[in-house]
Design a protein around this ligand. Structure first.
Ligand code: AMP
Ligand code: ZN
Length: 473
């Protein structure tokens, strides 16, 4: 079955064709660990995880690489301002490494509470400085980088494709640049590959380099680490839409300048989670985290369910009313599952149901294969769950399939206690005898067994497909 994804690079939905049939390579820009990831950031990671799961559903193996930015990201993506990590260390009176460890640990606790699979490789910028220095040296040797007043810059004038992802051209960028200009740059769109102490004397984390003691610019880490772990061409590169105009343009420029060929086949970007008042952002105090949500009564699975009700390429608006709605829906979902588990656990699917299950699963899968259409997949799910003509066993098998992709914790929901029927050997024997009696049209015997079962507190309802439903009396 083909998977379709929207490729930002070509502004179109395209059939996904992997470079290598055996394993899809996927790189996702990870967190800058100077504060807690807010729930908007996590919406992006939830969808990245779902893309990987969808590809697995289609039969691919996925190698998913995520970086952790623990050095180099300044308060503006365009290299201006202070170092985010340093600012946090000053604010919290801790060392930069303590800050990085604390926020990285919390990030992975949150992603695991959201039941996201840990990426195949998680790589920290501070552990890949040599890879970055080698990369910058190579760019310098190839004539794409220049040294100016202590810093090494990428010369975007040497890369005519600059702006290809966002559709901007370099001249627009020059005229449109809002921030004060770094006078050391040759072009407004040039960006720093390596900073030295001549510019940021208070930078605590510094490394020896051919240009003096210093530290990397933010963009170089993603190119260096993705190339190290995924090779010179990769299938999919993901991130939030804010990364399109600066960070990903810069990643493309430096990577393709080094390689001399195209680097990423599919660029996939997630729209933002906003508040009613506008953008939710870490740097402007987006304070809602998985922990604060839980304190307000919304478990991580409720938030995850909420994110799945909108498409990854549509902005979503966070509000307490929306969370209340998601909480109710998620509880409802768990109730259905608990009930199915109570009633259906002792029955297997008959042949017709097995066929029907395959059809339902492929309908559900197709919504995901078509550019991850989660709202349609969710509405398919509700359609199946609420269809009383379908047996509990069928609906249970279907919802467990849904859960194998969405990971909403449904497989761990316990069977509804009050309705649980324990099938003892005695009951099993009576049910078998009743089945035989009915097959022989011996209704008197069948009624006699029904009475015996009733005496044991169990009602029997005959369903049209010769299946039965047991009811706790
Ligand atoms: P950061 O840690 O700030 O580098 O961001 C981590 C990820 O979250 C990146 O892929 C961003 O593009 C993404 N992101 C940032 N803000 C939001 C938001 N409000 N909604 C969804 N994704 C976001
Ligand atoms: Zn990146």
């Amino acid at each position: 079955m083909s998977v379709y994804l929207y490729n930002t690079r070509n502004r179109s939905k395209e059939e996904f064709k992997p470079l290598n049939d055996k394993e899809v390579t996927m790189y996702c820009c990870g967190p800058t660990v100077y504060s807690y990831a807010h729930i908007g950031n996590l919406r992006t990671y939830i969808f990245e995880d779902l893309i990987a799961n969808t590809l697995r559903l289609a039969g691919y193996k996925v190698k998913h690489v995520m970086n952790v930015t623990d050095v180099g990201h300044l308060t503006s993506d365009g290299d201006e301002g202070e170092d985010k990590m340093l600012k946090a260390a000053e604010r919290e009176k801790k060392s930069v490494m303590e800050i990085a460890k604390h926020y990285e640990d919390t990030f992975f606790r949150h992603t695991s509470e959201l039941k996201l699979k840990r990426p195949t490789i998680v790589c920290r910028a501070t552990e890949h400085i040599k890879d970055m220095i080698d990369f910058v040296k190579d760019l310098e040797d190839k004539g794409f980088a220049y040294f100016s007043n202590g810093n090494v810059y990428f010369d975007t004038a040497k890369f005519p494709k600059y702006g290809c992802l966002s559709g901007q051209n370099r001249d627009d960028l020059k005229h449109g640049a809002r921030t004060e200009q770094d006078v050391n740059k040759r072009n407004a769109s040039d960006f720093v590959l390596w900073f030295t102490s001549s510019k940021f004397e208070n930078q605590i984390l510094q490394w020896e380099s051919p240009w003096g003691m210093g530290y990397p610019g933010w963009h170089i880490e993603c190119s260096a680490m993705s190339m190290k772990y995924l090779g010179e061409r990769i299938d999919i590169h993901c991130g939030g839409i804010d990364h399109i105009p600066v960070h990903h343009e810069n990643e493309i420029a430096q990577s393709e300048a080094k390689l001399g060929h195209e680097w990423v086949n599919y660029w996939v970007h997630m729209e933002f989670l906003n508040t009613k008042n506008g953008k939710m952002s870490k740097s402007t105090g987006g304070k809602t985290t998985i922990d604060t949500l839980r304190e307000e009564g919304y478990e991580p699975m409720v938030y995850k369910y909420f994110t799945l009700t909108s498409h990854y390429r549509s902005a979503a608006v966070f509000s307490i009313e929306a969370m209340d709605g998601a909480k109710k829906a998620y509880e409802n979902l768990c109730d259905f599952v608990a009930e199915f588990k109570a009633k259906a656990s002792n029955f297997s699917l008959n042949e017709d149901e097995t066929k029907e299950l395959e059809i339902l699963k492929s309908e559900f899968n197709n919504y995901l294969f078509d550019d991850i259409k989660t709202p349609l997949a969710i509405s398919h799910m509700w359609g199946v769950l609420k269809d009383n003509k379908k047996s509990d066993a069928l609906r249970l098998a279907y919802i467990l399939h849904v859960d194998s992709v969405f990971n909403l914790g449904l497989k761990d929901v316990e069977a509804k206690k009050g309705d649980t029927i324990e099938i003892t050997p005695e009951i099993e024997e009576l049910l078998e005898q009743r089945k035989i009696a009915r097959a022989e049209k011996n209704w008197a015997k069948s009624d006699e067994i029904r009475d015996k079962l009733q005496a044991l507190g169990i009602g029997v309802k005959d369903l049209p497909n010769k299946e039965i439903e047991l009811i706790k009396l």
